[in-house]
Design a protein around this ligand. Structure first.
Ligand code: NAD
Length: 308
């Protein structure tokens, strides 16, 4: 993320945040990937994604069906491997090992949650490092620390892409991460350090969250708490990336809907840039999964310029 000068090159003076259009950015990524998948296929390297899903995992099932559609759209072969909802760990690990050993399989994803008797971390650690397109194998997570930009966790990568799309320079910027999970908050913090930002990582025990977020040129909300970040917690003109996906019941209509960790109404009138929920990090995360899937099949290495 190299841009000229120090942050902020542009502050939105109108008091209304520019909305970062994750869907449009994801479409652009997919167009590039479609071309690359066709090239790889023509060179004898078909791209394929194999997913493991426990039957009865309703949310995972919906996600998997969406994935299948998107893979078809860009020419990636998609195969789903269902395991019984009461499968033991060896049933799941045997399946993952088979996929690891199959040369036709170039990318593997294991949908969570797994059956109750299965330790997800042990299963994730088994996925072949070069096929681990979610970047959940400890070796790939460790690779992030060493700046090995190959199979980076998809949501962390998506967050970086959305910040990058604003044109702000991260070098020397104050960035505050709200949430420090192994799959989002921590990898994002490390990627930001690599971009030479000054990074503050906060968590549920942080004493005065607002005191930190108010200093942020960039704020990343990834706590899983609906509406946690409000306008009074944000510096005018800041870039605010909302990673949260929370299903709530609307108090007025009684209907269920998806909201982020950011109170979009109040933050939208203070921030310079805001990634919305839905339509921000979510679609870009899917695009990054596809990006990793294409990279994993690419014999030129996992991070060719074409699939940046
Ligand atoms: P997690 O529960 O594993 O971790 C939450 C983190 O937030 C923890 O570090 C916790 O200490 C911190 N936290 C909780 N309350 C806080 C508070 N009041 N102040 C500061 N920190 C607080 O969650 P996760 O898996 O990282 O997910 C976070 C959110 O991001 C969820 O809403 C999840 O659905 C969403 N998510 C979205 C995507 C996507 O593709 N857009 C992907 C993964 C997760």
């Amino acid at each position: 993320m190299e841009t000229e000068g120090r942050y902020p090159p542009r502050v939105n003076p109108t008091g209304t945040a520019h909305i970062i259009d994750g869907r449009a950015l994801a479409r652009d990524v997919k167009a590039v990937l479609t071309a690359r998948v066709a090239e790889l296929s023509a060179q004898g390297h078909p791209v394929r994604l194999d997913v493991v899903l426990a039957s009865g995992n309703a949310a995972g099932g919906v996600y998997a069906r969406n994935q299948a559609t998107m893979c078809a759209e860009i020419g990636i072969e998609y195969r789903m491997h269902e395991v019984p909802s009461d499968a033991d760990e060896s049933t799941v690990t045997t399946r993952v090992r088979e996929l690891n050993d199959d040369d036709r399989v170039t990318a593997i994803m294991v949908h969570l949650p797994l059956p109750p008797d299965v330790n997800a971390q042990r299963v994730q650690a088994l996925i072949d490092v070069d096929k681990d397109v979610e970047g959940v194998n400890p070796a790939n997570i460790g690779g992030v620390i060493y700046g090995r930009r190959t199979l980076v966790p998809c949501t962390a990568l998506a967050t970086m892409r959305l910040i990058e799309s604003t044109g702000v320079s991260l070098r020397g910027a104050e960035v505050v991460c709200v949430g420090a999970s192994t799959i989002v908050g921590r990898p994002v913090a490390v990627l930001l350090m690599e971009a030479e930002a000054t990074v503050t990582s906060t968590n549920v025990h942080t004493a005065d969250l607002a005191a930190h977020t108010r200093r942020g040129d960039v704020v990343i909300a990834a706590a899983g708490v609906p509406g946690l970040v409000t306008g009074d917690m944000v510096k005018p003109g800041a870039v605010v990336i909302d990673v949260g996906i929370n299903r709530i019941r609307d108090p007025q209509t009684g209907e269920r809907r998806t909201v982020g960790d950011v109170d979009a109404d109040s933050v939208g009138s203070v921030a310079g840039w805001l990634s919305p929920v839905p339509g921000g990090v979510g679609p870009m995360t899917v695009a990054m999964l596809l990006r990793n899937t294409v990279a994993a099949a690419d014999p030129d290495g996992a991070s060719p310029a074409q699939v940046r």
